[in-house]
Design a protein around this ligand. Structure first.
Ligand code: NDP
Length: 326
């Protein structure tokens, strides 16, 4: 038996509870992992609370991230005792995930735990941090160098935002954060932002084009915020869009794209090819300051993940949440 958060949906409703689960119930897979830590991402919050259509099968163990050691394997790349990491691939959505003491997975989804990180640190990064790195890689790929100007990061006190601010500042970019929580401004500046702007300046309908300010951007909010960020992006600047914390819509015009040559880059971490994941994790090993990672992280137990999910969706959580599942 092992402990897991289990999401069920039936005629009595949608619910998440901590349960004892028999190992024989684990899904099919060629690697069984003894999980040490998982995390809470925005998507896990949606899954646990049922506020978004994340879970595709019931019952479901949530948790899009996990780290642990291989307990059983028939996959040639892994041996018993290997430390492994998983982000995405639909785990915690359509296949039982990381908010449990055990997981059985497809070995192709796993990556070796990078030697620079402890299991806790890997989960402090988690999908949110690895997505932040994918955004930075996209800015670089499209030629945004530190000399081009300021980089805007929205949702800066959240998981993706905190890691993005930290990485970009370490790489020498001038970073401006956007946050709806003035009490977190000092925190965002400690992570490396030179300035923090108020969320409300971005969250309602703006002009198709505004003063050109941003050389690049990492947007986790979507909706009017993303439209306003594009409208104020410099000629040939680059906006990476990875989130929908403010809404799934995109009420924009084509003006920034056709008049200023702005590039909008979509970022998906879930199905991102393995080769790019390995690059992202390797770059996290060199470009993320571990001292800042400690500043970003809170640790909780498995049972606490359920109430924390509601807080996360309410925008009350700073940085990243690591879940010690044991
Ligand atoms: P968090 O909840 O940790 O951070 C989101 C932040 O966005 C909040 O902390 C808050 O920052 C801000 N925010 C929240 N609500 C609103 C709102 N209504 N309007 C404007 N800003 C808001 O989530 P994560 O960092 O884990 O994820 C951020 C987004 O990125 C989510 O939408 C998530 O689904 C998406 N995501 C996408 C991935 C992909 O593969 N494309 C992978 C990972 C995440 P503040 O208080 O500073 O304003």
């Amino acid at each position: 038996m092992f402990k897991a958060i289990m999401i069920e949906k039936d005629e009595t409703g949608y619910r998440a509870n901590l349960k004892e689960v028999d190992e024989s119930q684990l899904p099919a897979g060629d690697v069984t992992v003894r999980v040490s830590h998982s995390t809470l991402n925005y998507k896990d919050g949606l899954a646990i609370t049922g506020k978004g259509p994340v879970v595709r099968k019931f019952p479901m163990v949530p948790g899009v991230d996990l780290v642990g050691t291989v307990e059983e394997t028939s996959h040639p790349a892994y041996s018993v005792g290997d430390a492994v990491l998983l982000n995405g691939w639909g785990v915690g959505e359509g296949h039982w995930g990381g908010l449990a003491q055990k997981a059985r997975l497809n070995g192709e989804w796993l990556v070796p735990l990078p030697s620079q990180f402890t299991p806790q640190q890997a989960m402090a990064i988690g999908t949110a941090g690895y997505t932040a790195m994918l955004c930075v890689l996209a800015l670089e790929r499209h030629g945004v160098t530190p000399d081009k100007g300021e980089i805007l990061v929205t949702g800066a006190a959240g998981g993706v935002g905190s890691v993005a601010v930290s990485i970009l500042s370490k790489l020498g970019y001038t970073v401006v954060g956007v946050s709806g929580r003035p009490e977190e401004n000092a925190y965002i500046k400690r992570l490396g932002a030179s300035e923090v702007l108020e969320r409300s300046a971005f969250s309602s309908a703006g002009k198709p084009l505004a003063r050109e300010r941003w050389a690049g951007a990492v947007d986790v909010v979507g909706s009017h915020t993303l439209a306003n960020v594009c409208a104020a992006t410099q000629y040939r600047g680059v906006v990476t869009a990875c989130g929908l914390a403010g809404g799934m819509d995109f009420p924009a015009t084509v003006a920034p794209f056709i008049l200023r040559g702005v590039t909008l880059v979509g970022i998906d971490s879930v199905m991102c090819p393995r080769a790019e994941r390995l690059i992202a994790w390797q770059r996290l090993g060199t470009d993320l300051d571990i001292a800042k990672l400690n500043l970003i992280t809170n640790e909780i137990g498995l049972a606490e993940a359920i109430p924390m999910a509601t807080k996360l969706l309410d925008g009350q959580v700073r940085g990243r949440v690591v879940v010690d599942v044991n």
